[in-house]
Design a protein. Structure first.
Length: 218
């Protein structure tokens, strides 16, 4: 049976969870305008797995109507499920919806969920909003190591050269994955001070870190 807007609509209205999940998958095969309309139906589903699968498509569908996408994704930052909130944060960054910066900042401060905090910090690099610098600086001290490594990466993406001084102490961190992220960030920042740190990391005892530092210097 071929996939059409009508067949997907029918599945989305099914009482069977498997049908609705299959429908969200099939939305990817529809033309973008129709897909955006139907993904909004799925975003309103009572099941969080369906909502998560739907919102995860907004990074590719949302650029058709950025104002609508901003409205939808802002509302999803208040979803009762952490993974849906996290996916919405990811899409806000991917679509570079700067108007949502304050929403993301507020959610970071009020959410107890590490996944939500991680997604927000990770997406601030993609968002590229200079206002994110202070929040990323704060996240460097997060208790969760994944949030911390996300902050390192996003500081590199943001491109504010003040980050070099902030990240320098992490170049000697005992966790090689943090040193690896520092090498990536310094490569993105590219200042003379950043290159000096990379020149020390090319001699790192962990091959992956040394290779990344060498690649960044080339």
């Amino acid at each position: 049976m071929s996939i059409s807007a009508e067949s997907v609509k029918e599945l989305l209205s099914s009482e069977n969870l498997g049908d609705r999940l299959r429908a969200v998958n099939q939305i990817r095969e529809l033309e973008p305008k129709t897909a955006l309309e139907l993904v909004q139906v799925a975003i309103g589903d009572k099941n969080s797995r369906v909502r998560y699968s739907a919102v995860s498509q907004m990074d590719t569908l949302g650029d058709q109507d950025l104002d609508l996408s901003l409205q939808i994704l802002r509302e999803l930052l208040n979803d009762p499920e952490a993974d849906v909130q996290a996916a919405a944060a990811d899409c806000l960054g991917a679509l570079k919806l700067h108007a949502a910066f304050e929403d993301l900042e507020q959610l970071y401060r009020r959410s107890p969920e590490w996944l939500v905090q991680f997604s927000i910090i990770a997406t601030l690099g993609a968002l590229g909003d200079p206002r994110g610098f202070d929040l990323l600086k704060e996240a460097l001290s997060a208790e969760n190591a994944l949030v911390q490594t996300a902050a390192i990466s996003s500081l590199g993406e943001l491109g504010n050269l003040e980050a070099v001084t902030l990240l320098t102490p992490y170049a000697t961190n005992s966790d090689w994955q943090i040193r690896y992220r520092v090498a990536q960030a310094m490569g993105n920042l590219g200042s003379a001070e950043a290159k000096a740190i990379l020149e020390t990391l090319v001699n790192d005892e962990v091959e992956a870190v040394a290779k990344e530092a060498k690649r960044a210097l080339e």
